[in-house]
Design a protein around this ligand. Sequence first.
Ligand SMILES: Nc1ncnc2c1ncn2[C@@H]1O[C@H](COP(=O)(O)OP(=O)(O)OP(=O)(O)O)[C@@H](O)[C@H]1O
Ligand SMILES: [Mg+2]
Length: 335
Amino acid sequence: MKIAVVYTLRREPLPGQPSDYYAEGDDPRTIDAVVSALSTGHDAIAIEDDSDLCRKLIAAKPDIIFNMAEGVAGEDREARVPALLELMGIPYTGSTPATLAMTLNKATAKEILRYHSIPVAQSVIVSRNGHLSEKHGLALPLMVKPLHEGSSKGVRDNSLVHAAQELKERITFIHDTYRQPALVEEYLPGREFTAAILGNGDEARVLPLIEINHAALPSGANPIYSWEAKWVWDTTDKPLDIFLCPAPVDDTLKERIEQMALAAYEALRCRDWCRVDLRLDDAGVPHLLELNPLPGILPGPADNSCFPKAARAAGMEYDALIRTVVEIARKRYGS
Ligand SMILES: Nc1ncnc2c1ncn2[C@@H]1O[C@H](COP(=O)(O)OP(=O)(O)OP(=O)(O)O)[C@@H](O)[C@H]1O
Ligand SMILES: [Mg+2]
């Protein structure tokens, strides 16, 4: 079988672009690791998701695509490659363009979750030419983040605000730096978890839960899994002990989180795999933060990458995880 890994390359930002502009893209090491995992028994190649993608796919004639393309800018960036694949009739791993567009926009995802009675934090969108109404009705402290980003792009240690002036400044920062609306969200102060899901329909299962260990953050840092926590303070040389896996939770909480994650996966019509982030409120009730149907998959065990970490805890090494995703997708296509 010929498998093409379609990816978005993580580049150095150009002058004037924020330092995290390409944060969602993958580095060559990750792309190579995915190709290598799929090379056993298959012909695996890597193709970048540039404007020449259609021509490259016609030439390569892959049987299936391992889709890890995040796209670069715009609120539908993650939906573009799957939309092209739908148009060309090429099977691919993971979710449809509709799911990828809905989950990338955190407010849209939350509207759907709310409709399905899945608890989410109260929030408002502040558009670029608008301002936060005095009557926004949200209680400080608040989180301010870009409306449609991932990898903690725009979620800095100071994205948690405690006063009106800070709130205003962070909204302006999001508008000016990321040129998109800001999502202002009530802060969930409790424990934080991520649930890695594999499979479809009745076969969808949650891998061992990961708890984000806020206690491992440098002293004085806010208890959030910020850009600094993911990319600055946690290095391969000096890794932060940021993940507890399996999460130390009792059976009741574990079941509650797993069921909520699976319900969200179904509500957003995710396919094959997805990572679901949750946090408890001050009463200990889990709330859905967001869904990641293109989860990060750094290959090294020391990399602190959630999905591979959860898979390892379930006895599945990196290569097996990548191959399993392809097998799940093939089964869905009936091949
Ligand atoms: N409403 C909130 N209450 C408490 N913490 C929050 C809230 N929103 C975000 N956070 C914190 O900020 C972190 C990053 O937020 P979020 O998951 O929304 O960003 P992201 O860029 O989509 O991240 P990724 O794609 O890497 O999972 C979360 O892991 C959590 O620690
Ligand atoms: Mg997240």
